[in-house]
Design a protein around this ligand. Structure first.
Ligand SMILES: Cc1cc2nc3c(=O)[nH]c(=O)nc-3n(C[C@H](O)[C@H](O)[C@H](O)COP(=O)(O)OP(=O)(O)OC[C@H]3O[C@@H](n4cnc5c(N)ncnc54)[C@H](O)[C@@H]3O)c2cc1C
Length: 311
């Protein structure tokens, strides 16, 4: 028997949970059990839990809201750390706000609205935490979170807390360097602009309306757009949904996984889908687009295998 739980309790001061169903921690509502599970509510809990897992050679993985994740049917052989380190502070300059990584995007938007700070209206309707958003440079309607980030605090691969500037993240379309490094984003300072509340409210309403037309309601189990929008040889980015629609995938399903009728780039769980169903359906979609357009679609949704290789 592993003595990891005792060592963890000793070093972090809070117990681990064991054999936790991951279904409850992914919006896809899919996933087996994780060996160990811990909810970190402070930066030191986050840092300590990671460094103990590293010391003990226990694989670990940090999650935010689970809105961009597909867990394995076999769960996770290691420690899942759910980030609940939340909080928003205004800095001396009114337009600068500091946000902890586990803060829900909806809270960040609400805060900026109340303070009359404009910029984050594109976040309306994007579920998840600021940590998940920075990891994948979440965006919509021509904006993405990386544009607003000035500096941040991260835990690097050796679990050291360091301050970094925006350049560190190398933000691109749905990409930040966090995708390649084992570093964890702790908090960041974002720079917004003074705005007019009525204009901001109108833009938010507008964005939510546009989403309603194409996106499934938030209570439909899925993880957002399944594929990134690919770049065509002429350099133009084309919506993956358009290509998928053209190759006629809207009625496709595998087991409990189906293409959402309102938008072909969403794979939804009709109730009893397994991760295997979702991955098989995704493969079928990729093959159809490859056949029809010679384009390789790349997944935006992140699949976490039960036993990923140790870093
Ligand atoms: C209905 C719906 C609509 C969506 N619309 C959009 C949209 O318009 N635009 C868009 O970009 N996305 C969209 N998404 C996807 C999702 O909301 C975003 O990707 C969001 O940023 C995920 O945040 P999360 O906290 O849920 O991350 P999670 O799903 O929990 O994690 C995603 C990844 O981020 C990593 N991560 C999380 N926190 C940290 C951290 N602190 N440090 C380092 N890595 C971390 C995780 O390890 C994981 O690899 C949508 C999803 C749904 C379900």
């Amino acid at each position: 028997m592993s003595d990891f739980p005792e060592i963890f309790l000793d070093k972090v001061g809070k117990p681990l949970e064991q054999s936790i169903s991951l279904q409850d921690y992914s919006n896809f509502k899919i996933g087996g059990r994780a060996d160990y599970f811990f909810e970190a509510t402070s930066t030191s809990e986050l840092a300590n839990s990671m460094s103990i897992a590293r010391e003990q050679a226990i694989p670990y993985y940090i999650i935010g809201g689970g809105y961009n994740l597909l867990f394995d049917d076999d769960g996770f052989r290691g420690l899942i750390i759910k980030n609940r380190v939340e909080g928003i502070k205004q800095r001396q300059k009114r337009v600068e706000i500091e946000v902890f990584s586990g803060t829900p995007l909806s809270d960040v938007l609400q805060f900026s609205m109340e303070e009359g700070l404009t910029g984050f209206e594109f976040l309306a309707g994007i579920p998840g935490t600021i940590g998940g958003a920075v990891h994948g440079n979440a965006g919509a309607f021509g904006h993405s979170i990386g544009e607003f980030l000035k500096e941040a605090e991260i835990l690097d691969e050796r679990c050291q807390r360091i301050k970094v500037k925006r350049d560190y993240f190398g933000f691109e379309y749905r990409y930040s360097l966090l995708k390649e490094k084992q570093s964890v984003f702790l908090a960041a300072m974002f720079v917004l602009q003074e705005g007019e509340r009525e204009k901001m409210k109108a833009l938010i309403r507008d964005n939510l309306e546009k989403r309603k037309e194409k996106h499934p309601p938030l209570d439909v189990p899925c993880a957002g757009s399944f594929f990134k929008n690919p770049i065509f040889p002429d350099g133009k980015r084309v919506p993956a949904a358009y290509l998928l629609d053209k190759v006629g995938v809207k009625k496709l399903a595998v087991g409990g996984a189906a293409v959402y009728s309102g938008q072909a780039n969403f794979i939804i769980n009709k109730g009893d889908a397994s991760a295997r169903d979702v991955l098989q359906l995704a493969e079928e979609l990729k093959q159809r687009v490859k056949k029809g357009y010679g384009i390789d679609l790349e997944e935006e949704v992140i699949f976490l295998p039960a036993s990923p290789p140790l870093p």
